[in-house]
Design a protein around this ligand. Sequence first.
Ligand code: CS2
Length: 491
Amino acid sequence: MTRLSETALANLPSSVQRPAYNRTDVKVGIVHLGLGAFHRAHQAVMTEAVLASGDLRWGIAGVSLRSPDTRDALEPQDGLYTVAVRGAEGDRFEVIGAILQSLVAPEDPEAVLALMAAPDTRIVSLTVTEKGYCHKPATGELDEAHPGIVHDLAEPTKPQTAIGFLVEALDRRRRAGLQPFTVLSCDNLPSNGRTVAKVVTRFAELRDAELGAWVREHVAFPCTMVDRIVPATTDADRALVAEALGVEDSWPVMAEPFTQWVVEDHFPTGRPQWELGGATFASEVEPFELMKLRLLNGSHSTLAYLGYLSGHETVADAMAAPGFAELLEAMMREEVTPTLPSLPGFDLTAYRAALLERFRNPALRHRTWQIAMDGSQKLPQRLLGTIRDRLKAGAGFERLALGVAAWMVYATGHDEHGQPIDVRDPLAARFAEATTDKRTAEALVEAYFQFPEVFGADLTHDPHFREEVTRELAGLLAIGAARTVAEVGGH
Ligand code: CS2
């Protein structure tokens, strides 16, 4: 079968959307770090709408910080790829042309830095996942002992981390008398703009006090709330796309129909009109971020751990099993919503109902294992912050505690039947070691409380939190996840 490419575009079925502009006229205005499926189904799609409007200043150069896989897939396709939008009503296919170049940072860090320091580059955006910020998840401070950070401080011109790249490129712009780029975090972190500002500024200060002061004074770090469910692509997905397009795309991305991007409108050196792709700009984004992290991602993680332990491969499978939907609905309504700041004019009841519908989407095969990844980096903003607020208010949080307890079982690396779990987490080895031979809920909770970088000094010393999590964990150990969920969910 022919491969997707510029020349193949003309022969695609007419229902397939494709670039409606001349790609050779587009200039790179955005360098994006973390060229994963999420970026390709979210920001790149919104940028496509800007290019289609005739504003050709905002092409994307995508950078993978580790693996060459995406570049290897996209390069033979002239950077083109398909977004398969999969809803309960059927599929829609869009070929996206916004990514003009793909680079692999470890192969040529200098090429990446040169692009970031180029005068036309006005935005450097990031989807590097939670752990890519090299911060301490409980506090948001730069982890100065992080091996990548230690390396990048010792060899600033050959960075390995996103933080090292940002600071070296900003320094080059400063020295060249150029305006800085705007740093746009698109990861699921609380106050993502402030978080990246904090780590970047600290890193810059550690390199050089003057550079630190310049970053603090001149660089903009708007906050964003990003949302679209984008499961990892499988071979079955590739086959589906080939069938629909009549050409082979070696790395299409799968996405739900829903997409949302709320961006703080603070771009001193200009920005694309992403409204054209459906983004909304606001003066304050943090309340939206908190809402999304606590309701969507908090539910997602709870469902991922309990679902995996109950033997469900996908989110939709778990949602169809007894108790899951009821558990999440009650958790969101009773335990999470009261902790959220007010969002005037926003219908939270409808938002929660829509989330449950999105999780039920039968066309998306979103693996619980995928969402379960990197729990140590996700729990603080998805569940633990909410629990802190509930503790302060003297209010109950048993379902949130059940989510944490399910993670505690998962992160031991063995499921209820003693079967090994492939735990992907920067702290996986330490969790496995700390929990070996710990059989009781008390002993396990004690072992996890030795990780203040996850729980913070406050929660590890909070008797009420300990008691509640221990109780939920004891229940899980006694009757297993599936029965627990069915019971809590009222079945
Ligand atoms: C998920 C998110 O993998 C995960 O941790 O919770 O990727 C989720 O699908 C997105 O944040 C939805 O916007």
